[in-house]
Design a protein around this ligand. Structure first.
Ligand SMILES: C[S@@+](CC[C@H](N)C(=O)[O-])C[C@H]1O[C@@H](n2cnc3c(N)ncnc32)[C@H](O)[C@@H]1O
Length: 253
């Protein structure tokens, strides 16, 4: 239901504009971020986990594009015929990584936007890292839920809470935010930054960090929305331009 509803690239915290102030800058769209990352590679190879209607997939260009979704909301057989550089796999991400992706298959940019639970995105990240070329980049979508109810892992319960509150924002992000804390704690060889000028996407690349904060697996798994807000430094929020410059420097691209 709602997980496909908000693809309008709304910012995580839309600031209000006072009379006389210039209008707020337009938030950066999903495809805009991915295009500017794909631009860094000569013959980019792109993988998108969770494609839905193809709103983002169809707006990015790459030499090789791979789409994975257990339930495409378009005719993927016709799309494959019309786009010889693209592959469409109507399976879950787990099935794709376990049975379809070639052992030596590598991508430059991988976009994780499938099932928005901590456990599934963690598994997607682990699998994606195996298929990421050494100077590649992973983008994890929807890591900054704008409300408590948008952050709960059950989409069905989110829908009921949203109806009760009369909230018109249909964007469900689940508890993917915990993945940022997981990377921060358990993946010292990865650097992560969360884009501050869009709806909240975390960009990850291979670069050893000088410091790691100790937390237990239980602490990360049970991280609450409240803690997420109070510890927002962990996100490493930066405007996308800065994130892109930093990853280029780290990766030498
Ligand atoms: C938020 S939508 C993706 C939107 C798309 N990336 C875009 O930017 O337009 C999430 C998609 O994830 C898919 N999905 C759900 N479970 C999945 C899984 N286990 N593996 C891969 N995709 C999954 C859903 O079918 C849905 O189409």
């Amino acid at each position: 239901m709602t997980e496909t509803a908000d693809r309008s690239d709304t910012p995580a915290s839309p600031g209000s504009t006072e009379p006389g102030e210039p209008p707020a800058a337009k938030p950066l769209g999903r495809a805009g971020v991915l295009r500017r990352l794909l631009d860094l590679y000569e013959s980019p190879r792109y993988l998108e986990i969770g494609v839905c209607e193809g709103f983002t997939f169809d707006r990015v260009e790459a030499t090789r594009k791979v789409a994975v979704d257990p339930e495409f909301r378009f005719d993927h057989v016709a799309a494959a015929k019309a786009n010889p550089g693209a592959e469409y796999h109507q399976v879950t991400s787990d099935e794709y990584f376990a049975q379809i992706a070639g052992a030596k298959q590598r991508f430059d940019v991988i976009y994780l936007d499938g099932l928005h639970t901590f456990e599934q995105t963690l598994r997607d990240l682990m699998n994606a890292l195996h298929h990421l070329q050494p100077q590649g980049v992973i983008v994890i979508d929807d890591t900054v839920p704008p409300t408590y109810h948008a952050s709960i892992p059950s989409m069905e319960r989110f829908g009921r809470l949203r109806a009760w509150l009369g909230d018109t924002n249909e964007a469900w992000m689940g508890d993917v935010y915990k993945l940022v804390w997981f990377i921060d704690t358990f993946c010292p060889n990865l650097t992560h930054r969360t884009i501050s000028n869009n709806h909240g996407q975390t960009v990850v690349w291979r670069h050893r960090r000088a410091q790691v904060t100790e937390r237990s697996v239980t602490e990360v798994g049970s991280l609450s929305f409240e803690q997420m807000v109070l510890e927002e430094d962990v996100f490493g929020l930066r405007p996308f331009g800065e994130v892109r410059r930093e990853l280029r420097r780290d990766l030498g691209i």
